[in-house]
Design a protein around this ligand. Structure first.
Ligand code: ZN
Length: 280
């Protein structure tokens, strides 16, 4: 499931392999990109979960992988592989195939004004993510009564977090995912996003984990698995032994995992009715 850390790793790898190399062909489903033939990639940049490839003739391609998207490279793509891709960048030696949710081709100097980019909050993997600006965005009135789990996935508040980090950060901060945003104080919000930055930075380019002891560089923590709650429905909490719950949350009905003992509900909210851990 691509989140900010994966996209930054993709940007670094594609940059290493593509910058300065001429494209012998470019194919995209639904967007005519033949004009990029013979062009060079000049930069690759991750912005939240978006990857922007800039080209020497002054345009840029924005890619958002969605939940199930991915990049892969092959020496020469078969028709079947091309048929499954939304974008193919071909060099003399390699074809880079991308399965994505959104692909946009735009003037490079306007890339940062792409509507999809313009609506994003600060990128948690940017050079100096502005945590105060993120808290200010989180305090917009429309978020006050929403669950904290939905807020963390809202890319207009902060860009980069996905469902895995949502579940894990809320466990690490002892918060029920259905806690209302206005019940979480500014310091706590700032701390959650700060930890999001910390974990995503640590995980760029490697197998994602949130259980490691970062101060010791231990990856992942021995005997504990890679995650505290994500993907661990009905298994015992690593910390207290309670059975991990799972319930769908938000507009995307994202499977949300939590430990009812380590993350108690303050309000008796919807998570309390999920003790049967219904998986829809
Ligand atoms: Zn627990």
């Amino acid at each position: 499931m691509p989140e900010g850390d994966n996209v930054h790793a993709h940007a670094a790898e594609l940059g290493e392999r593509l910058i300065g190399t001429a494209l012998t062909a470019v194919w995209s489903r639904g967007v005519d990109m033949r004009g990029l033939r013979g062009r060079h990639v000049t930069s690759t940049q991750a912005i939240g979960k978006n990857l922007v490839l800039a080209f020497d003739e002054g345009t840029a391609v924005r890619v958002h992988l969605g939940i199930n998207g991915h990049w892969r490279s092959v020496a020469r793509a078969t028709p079947a592989q091309l048929g499954q891709a939304q974008l193919a960048l071909v060099t003399e030696t390699t074809t880079f195939l991308c399965k994505a949710r959104e692909i946009e081709w735009t003037r490079a100097r306007f890339a940062n004004r792409s509507r999809a980019i313009a609506r994003l909050g600060p990128d948690l993997l940017g050079d100096t993510p502005d945590l105060d600006a993120i808290v200010t965005r989180a305090r917009q009135p429309e978020h006050a009564a929403r669950p904290i789990g939905e807020l963390l996935l809202n890319q207009s508040v902060a860009a980069g977090l996905g469902n895995v980090y949502k579940c894990e950060l809320l466990f690490l901060h002892g918060l029920d995912p259905w806690t209302r945003v206005d019940a979480v104080d500014d310091d706590k919000l700032r701390a959650i996003y700060r930890d999001g930055v910390r974990w995503m930075r640590a995980n760029v380019g490697r197998s994602r984990t949130t259980t490691a002891d970062l101060s010791r560089g231990e990856l992942p923590a021995r005997g504990r698995g890679r995650f505290w709650v994500y993907g661990r429905w009905r298994r015992a909490c690593h910390r207290c032994g309670e059975s991990i719950r799972q319930r769908r949350q938000g507009p995307g009905l994202r499977p949300t995992y939590w430990c009812p003992r380590c993350q108690p509900s303050a309000s008796g909210g919807p998570s309390q009715s999920a003790s049967g851990a219904a998986s829809i």
